[in-house]
Design a protein around this ligand. Sequence first.
Ligand code: 5RP
Length: 264
Amino acid sequence: MDWGMKNRMSRIFNPQDGRTVMLAVDHGYFLGPVSRLEDLRKTIEPLIPYADSLMITRGGLRNCIDAKYAIPIVLRASGGNSIMGKELSNEEITVSVEEALRLNVCAVALSIYIGAEYEHQTLISLTNLINEAEKFGVPVLAVTAVGKELEKRDARYLSLSCRIAAELGARIVKTYYCEDFEKVVKSCPVPIVIAGGPKLKDERDVLEIAYNAISCGAKGVDMGRNIWQSHWPIAVISAIRKIVHENAALDEALDLFSRLKDKS
Ligand code: 5RP
């Protein structure tokens, strides 16, 4: 690995433990002003000290994040779809690597949709982005997106999606936690981070999937809604950090969450 690539990867994954707590706030690229992200700056700023990196769009970054922050940026580089459109998988590359470098990002991210109508298009976009980004030492993170078909999220489907992303050259894969998750991790040769998906019933469920994913070998989380749609976002992300970076047991993380929640 070249120095630039290594340096960017080590800004995302803490070199002490090889793990990361990424905060995903890129949802507006197809969901618009999703609940609690109406005012991006207001939601994100208090969470910046607790996140190892921020996954965000170019517009979100330019307009809502001050350049004074040293937080590493993972730039959403695909889009062209919307929740109102016919087919969510109809995404293409939306940001050039030149622009990503101008924004001084640590990685670029793109969604692939295995088994969906535009599977081929998203996989070719992934390879095009990788071919370009690799020239400049920029890692590509592939998101194994499922669109509206959340029921697709099982070990068989996610193993297939993650492995294809890694085989095509993604340096990081973001996927969902599922039963038998160790199978997904074992068959993917690059680090896996998990998304949280739509808001879960309560914070215990969020900490449980984070704990289970880490126990199965995930290298971290890249979560959004289950952090910033919580009434206690700082308590949730702090408890997730304890699991990811301190190998905390689920009970310890829950205990921290309750204490911070009571204080806020
Ligand atoms: C959208 C994304 C989001 O960043 C991702 O889904 C993570 O957020 P959440 O934890 O809210 O699912 O990639 O396609």
